[in-house]
Design a protein around this ligand. Sequence first.
Ligand code: ARG
Length: 460
Amino acid sequence: MSQDKLWGGRFNQPTNKFVEEFTASINFDQRMYRYDISGSIAHCQMLAKQGIISSEESAIIIAGLEGILADIDAGNFEFKVSLEDIHMNIEARLTERIGLVGGKLHTARSRNDQVALDIRLYLRDEVAAVLNYLDQLQESLLGQAEANLDTIMPGFTHLQTAQPILFSHHMLAYFEMFKRDAGRFADCAARLNYLPLGAGALAGTTFPIDREYVAELLGFSGVTRNSLDSVSDRDFAIEFCAASSILMMHLSRLSEELILWSTADFNFIELTDAFCTGSSIMPQKKNPDVPELVRGKTGRVYGNLLSLLTLMKSLPLAYNKDMQEDKEPLFDTIDTVKGSLKIFAEMIALMQVKVPQMRQAAGRGYSTATDVADYCVRKGLPFRQAHEVVGKTVRYCIEKNKEIDELTLDEFRAFSPLIDSDIYAHVTLEASVNARSATGGTARVAVEREIARARAERQK
Ligand code: ARG
């Protein structure tokens, strides 16, 4: 055989050039080189411990692999499409460096369990990185919550002014969302942390390997329990993309709010100049490109999840070449999620909150109408009737172009004689906010409790 193929033995003809290119994964799977090498070193240590290769051979192979790692790190490694993927590129180079003994590394192993191992090792580190970025974003949100305990904004339903809330409370809503996301990623990390190596091509291996030893060397919680499942399973990649999709959905909602709040119409916040761009024609423009892009990137992450689910659908056991298509959607998701989190953590920390504008908006739109209704209920009126009374009051306000707290006592009493002069103490923005003090409410005391709780949890 004239080709450099590691599997050339049974072939009479060289591979068609385009087929070679078409079937290769080296252009994208090279990013796993570090994990391919650490997996190989652990495998090699185990082969020596079990007497499958000698300790001298193992030492030569490991030194060769470490040399290759240094070469790739330094950019001194030529990846060859003819060698198809990262596994064969490294193995071929190993034999070039140390001679025929390099060929012993692949004893008791197949690329099928090797690739499953590499993706798990790689993803394990990437999940840790995502968790770290998530933590930074939560810290930024918590910081804004702490800084804005006196900032009152309108809360919305249907994007219509509903009730006044603390801006802190709004920030903590996102804090909770990202906390659940962190839980999902941690869960994904725990489930993926099992060693698939030792499954061989699909059925196991005839050599007396010690999988538990390899698992221990590589920091896995244990070994996978079925060789067919070990090489067929990509649940961990799907779980990562599913957790990422939910996370991006949360980021897209925050994006949308930042975009709205930055408009001249809302004017609630100002994003720092460094995170915005201008318009080439309209000199006044400052566009919130970062949140817009993140909102847009949510789509590609959903798409990646759908790609993986569709890729794995109906595949017979065990390995199929289709599965090589798992990497690009997974890698793209990792890059997108990390980038989005990193940029958001900084942008939220630097976001300027326009306190007077928020307060002014909170005072518009009859936002304390529910408080008047609750007041009437406390004076003995059934809630449904109170709702009706206040509904009429608001209609009157609209006609007279007055806010609720601008009504005279006589005007109030025209709608219900139950209303006394103490009503004014109930319809201020502060009173409305602070009346909602049960756990999870927007009252300052309740929000302070949640901030303290979040701080205590993060100290752990
Ligand atoms: N490049 C392959 C992939 O990413 C590695 C496994 C190849 N196994 C095989 N039997 N062709 O899926």
